[in-house]
Design a protein around this ligand. Sequence first.
Ligand code: COA
Length: 431
Amino acid sequence: MNKWAEMYKAKLTTPGGIAQQINSGDICVSTGQVAEPCAILAALAERCRRENLTGIQHNLLLTMRDQPYLRPEMTGRIHHNSLFVSAYCRELIWNGYADYVPAFYGEVPENLRNQNIDVFYTTVSLMDKHGYFSFGTAADLSEIRRQAKKIFLEVNPAMPRTHGSFIHISEVTALCTSDVPVTEVPSGKISDIDREIGAYIAAEIPDGACIQLGIGGMPNAVAQALMDRQDLGIHSEMFTESMVDLIEAGVVTNWRKNIHRGKSVVTFTFGSRRAYDFIDDNPGVEFLPVDYVNDPYVIAQNDNMISINACLEVDLFGQVCSESLGPKNFSGVGGQIDFVRGAMRSKGGKSFIAMPSTAKKGTISKIKPVLTQGGIVSTSRNDVDNIVTEYGIARLRGKTCSQRARELITIAHPDFREELTRQARELHIIP
Ligand code: COA
């Protein structure tokens, strides 16, 4: 047995053994999404219930499964500070059982660095012969471990061994094993409207461009419409299944990137087993910390950076709401602004924010004279570049307020254009 294997053996315990080392009032941080250490958290919830621990703070970007610590009876015991609002914690946040921390994703590590972090825990892949574990599907907050007093790992053979970010056994306080399946998330279905929007955006993406795509039907539609392009690159917060298609088709080569040439750079993924198998031991995809990947100055170093994201509504000034329905937190800002700003600084860069023109079966226009009362401005009118619906692209950058309003009305659903024009006049946005 080599030195690292011996160290592994000495630090190996059970999820319960790790829960025993987490105390009331501890501030804990995990890497995001499907890398959340589910077995440790289940054991921690159980210990909290049994021994009445209180005031433990659990921070991560977003959870992707229903877990015991999210139950309302955990109130006061484990408090979930979510850095995004996912389907699994939306109701909890609305009802006061969990909280949302608004922040640009790329700045989350810096915000956490100002706190006194007691515990860093996460799921990792199997240890290699040199004593390293890969951070697998999420490297986003991996550097926060350097601030933590204790580091706990949940080693899961189903976690892909990705390249880019590793942790060494010598850094670890204790570890356990787990065979909890890595959560699979089905890829977003593509609607007819997604296809129309995808075609408009794809037409704006030249050969050699570097792309960022989010999750969902619309980004998938963009990817499908890019199958005849050459030498695209990927620098994206999320690695998506549609990127697997682009890489396997030879569309993405990353050869024209200025940084990380030949490699796709991302900070996390969630998706199907096909995507997890693709990234496993694949040196062509690098998972790096989010404060690097989402830094607009880093993003801007690639030429022709194209950022593609979605939103909930846009007002006639070009203010984009992507994270709330009125005052109710529905989602998070994530890396939307990081990439909008990065793309804007990139030579030849463009950003696209897309949405269907209507919601609720065509009864609501998503282009509004002003945002719904209480709606949160995600991308400000000073940052916005292009807004896209199934009726085309509104090019807002550098335009006056009245030009913006007219551009936006042109891509609103025809049923709402007259009313929007009337309201724009009433509000003195257009003469
Ligand atoms: N008014 C009222 N309801 C609206 C609405 C509006 N303007 N827009 C959407 N809705 C409703 C929809 O009808 C739907 O409700 P339903 O589920 O009852 O049908 C719900 O809100 C969700 O809308 P949908 O368009 O399906 O959202 P989505 O799942 O495509 O997600 C965002 C869209 C904007 C929430 C998502 O892209 C996001 O979180 N973006 C911000 C983060 C980001 O960009 N990160 C960077 C890339 S990873």
